[in-house]
Design a protein around this ligand. Structure first.
Ligand code: PLP
Ligand code: COI
Length: 351
C-alpha cells in the first residue's frame, strides 16, 4: 500500500543510536519516492510516499518476476563536520542507471528526475543521515519492469523508486577467494550493467566464500579464467612492486564510480602512475605489494590474503598497506568537504 508523504505524516518514533554499530541493513525511514512510466504517458511526475509499512502491488505477470527487468544504483549522503548533507557524484549514478536500463531495454528516468528523487528522499529523511564520522545514508534507486508479459518481451510499464537506509561499513573483511567453478560475467554479457540478476548469480559464490572464511569471491575473466575482474560488489586494485597502481579495464566489470575516483585521486592528487590493464592473477600473487577493493558501500578496504587454487597467498607483507590507507583517507576527506574538490564531485543538499 502506498500513502502519500505529507508534512503531517506520522514520523517514526526515534532515531537509531548512532553510536551503535549501524551495519548494512534495510530499514524503513520516513519517506521514499516513486514514479511510474507507461508507454502512453511516459514518466509521471513522481512523489514521496510514507515508507513505514510500504509495499508495492505488482501484477502476477510483472516482467521483473520472470524475465528480470531490474536495475539499481547505490550512492550515499554524508554529514560534513559543519552539519551539511552532501552527495557524491550523484549524476554519475543517474547516467549509469541509464546505461544499465538500456542493456535491459528499459526506459530510464532522465538525469534531472533521478537527482530530484534522490534530493527529495534525502531532504525528507534528513534526520536519518548519521552524524559526522558515524556512517552515512545509503540511497538505493531502483528501476523495475512492472507491466505484465507472458512471452519474453520488455514490459510496457515501469516503476522507478528511491529509498534510503543509514549504514556503517559493508563487508570490511580483508581475505578473498578465487573459486574455480564460477564466473561473474561473460564478454558482452551484463557484467558492466548494474542488473539485479548479476547479484542473484553471485549469491552462491558469496555463500561458498563465507563458509570457507573469506569475505567475498574474487572473480576471474570468463574467457581465459586468468585475468582478475572484480569482487561481487566492489572493484579490484593492486599496487605492483614498481609502485604502479593497476586496476582491470572496463568491459565486463561494473564501471565503479569509486574506481574512477580512486584512479583520479591517485593520478591528480598523489601523482602516482595508475593504469587500467588486464591483470593476470599470477602477477597479483607474485608481484603485488598491496591490493584493495572499492565501492560505494565498501568504500575502500585492503585485501591481505587471496586464496587461489586452494592456497592462501599473503599480499605484500600480509598487512593493510600505506597506499590503500592514503587513498581511503583522501576519498573520505573529499566526500566530507575536507579536501579540495576541483572535479565538482560533491553536491550539497539544501535542507
Ligand atoms: N562492482 C560491483 C559488482 C558492484 O556491485 C559495485 C557497487 O556498486 C562496484 C563494483 C562499485 O561501484 P561504485 O564504486 O560505483 O559503488
Ligand atoms: C554499492 O556499493 O552501492 C553496491 O551496490 C554494493 C551492494 C550492496 C550491492
Amino acid at each position: 500500500m502506498l500513502v502519500p508523504f505529507r508534512p503531517e505524516s506520522p514520523r517514526l518514533p526515534q532515531q537509531p543510536g548512532w553510536d551503535e554499530e549501524l551495519g548494512f541493513h534495510y530499514r524503513e525511514l520516513d519517506a521514499f519516492w516513486l514514479s511510474r512510466w507507461t508507454a502512453e504517458s511516459g514518466w509521471e511526475p513522481g512523489q514521496l510516499y510514507e515508507h513505514p509499512g510500504a509495499t508495492l502491488e505488482l501484477s502476477l505477470g510483472a516482467n521483473v518476476l520472470y524475465y528480470g527487468q531490474a536495475v539499481f544504483e547505490g550512492l550515499k549522503a554524508y554529514r560534513t563536520r559543519e552539519g551539511k548533507i552532501v552527495l557524491f557524484r550523484p549524476a554519475d549514478n543517474a547516467r549509469r542507471l541509464q546505461n544499465s536500463a538500456a542493456r535491459l531495454v528499459m526506459p530510464a528516468p532522465p538525469v534531472e528526475m533521478f537527482l530530484e528523487a534522490v534530493r527529495a528522499v534525502v531532504q525528507a529523511n534528513a534526520r536519518w543521515v548519521p552524524g559526522y564520522g558515524k556512517g552515512s545514508l545509503y540511497i538505493r534507486p531502483v528501476l523495475i519492469g512492472s507491466g505484465p508479459v507472458l512471452g519474453v518481451a520488455p514490459a510496457k510499464e515501469y516503476l522507478f523508486y528511491v529509498f534510503a537506509s543509514p549504514v556503517g561499513q559493508y563487508m570490511g573483511g580483508d581475505r578473498v577467494i578465487v573459486l574455480s567453478s564460477v564466473h561473474r560475467a561473460a564478454p558482452y554479457g551484463t557484467g558492466s550493467a548494474k542488473v539485479a540478476g548479476n547479484y542473484a548469480a553471485s549469491l552462491r559464490a558469496h555463500e561458498v566464500a563465507r563458509e570457507q572464511g573469506y569475505v567475498e569471491a574474487l572473480y576471474l575473466d570468463a574467457r581465459e579464467d586468468r585475468y582478475v575482474e572484480e569482487l561481487g560488489a566492489a572493484n579490484f586494485f593492486a599496487v605492483m612492486s614498481d609502485g604502479t597502481l593497476v586496476t582491470p579495464p572496463l568491459g565486463s566489470i561494473l564501471p565503479g564510480i569509486t574506481r574512477d575516483s580512486i584512479l583520479t585521486i591517485a593520478r591528480e592528487v598523489f601523482g602516482w602512475i595508475a593504469v587500467e590493464r588486464p591483470l593476470p592473477i599470477e602477477e597479483v600473487l607474485t608481484d603485488a605489494v598491496e591490493a584493495f577493493y572499492t565501492g560505494t558501500a565498501a568504500v575502500l578496504a585492503p585485501i591481505t590474503v587471496i586464496n587461489y587454487r586452494g592456497v592462501d597467498h599473503p599480499i605484500g607483507d600480509g598487512k593493510p598497506g600505506p597506499r590503500a590507507r592514503k587513498l581511503r583517507q583522501t576519498l573520505e576527506a573529499i566526500q566530507r568537504q575536507e579536501h579540495p574538490d576541483p572535479w565538482g564531485w560533491v553536491v550539497e543538499v539544501e535542507l
